[in-house]
Design a protein around this ligand. Structure first.
Ligand SMILES: [Zn+2]
Length: 175
């Protein structure tokens, strides 16, 4: 059996991110791969859809893997994620005993592996995992930028529509 490459796994995570974006969520996707190189779980960011603040892509992938493996720990597993994980997700990855996390783009404000802070170096965890970054980073960043640009445009359009309703309303009164 020929196992997919790192890049192929990250492309699958990017495809998950696209699904999130189509659902109106911030497009982030994740795929968990077992120690033997086989697929364990995947997910996309969906806190709005799920009414669940913990429904980040990484958590969704871990939950699916948990169902599949009937276990909550995945020693030797690698998680591919399109954006640098937040504090919550790094915590969950430590609890899951992952061996490695590969992320695409950095998250300058909340990224908790290398950007805003390096949680693994905090000294209070009893497990560490290897970190690799930059794989397909440009594609992930482009997708995120396009999503936020689109969101700004629709917010602007909505505001303009509201303003025109207000202006028209006043105009009606003046008549
Ligand atoms: Zn997260």
């Amino acid at each position: 059996m020929i196992l997919p490459s790192n890049e192929q796994w990250m492309r699958r995570a990017l495809a998950c991110a696209v699904r999130g974006g189509q659902a109106g969520e911030v497009p982030v996707g994740a795929v968990l791969v077992g120690a033997d190189g086989t697929f364990l779980g995947e997910g996309f960011n969906q806190p709005i859809l799920c009414h669940d603040p913990s429904a980040h892509a990484e958590i969704m992938a871990l939950r699916q893997a948990g169902e599949l493996c009937q276990n909550y720990r995945f020693p030797g597993a690698t998680l591919y994620v399109t954006l640098e994980p937040c504090t919550m997700c790094v915590g969950a990855m430590i609890h899951a005993r992952l061996a490695k996390v590969v992320f695409a783009a950095r998250e300058p404000r909340a990224g908790s592996l290398v950007s805003a802070r390096s949680l693994l170096d905090s000294g209070f965890y009893n497990h560490r995992f290897e970190v690799e970054e930059g794989l397909c980073a440009e594609e992930s960043s482009r997708m995120l930028r396009a999503f936020f640009r689109q969101r700004r445009l629709s917010a602007q359009k909505q505001m303009e529509e509201q303003l025109s309703v207000m202006v028209l309303g006043k105009h009606d009164k003046a008549d």
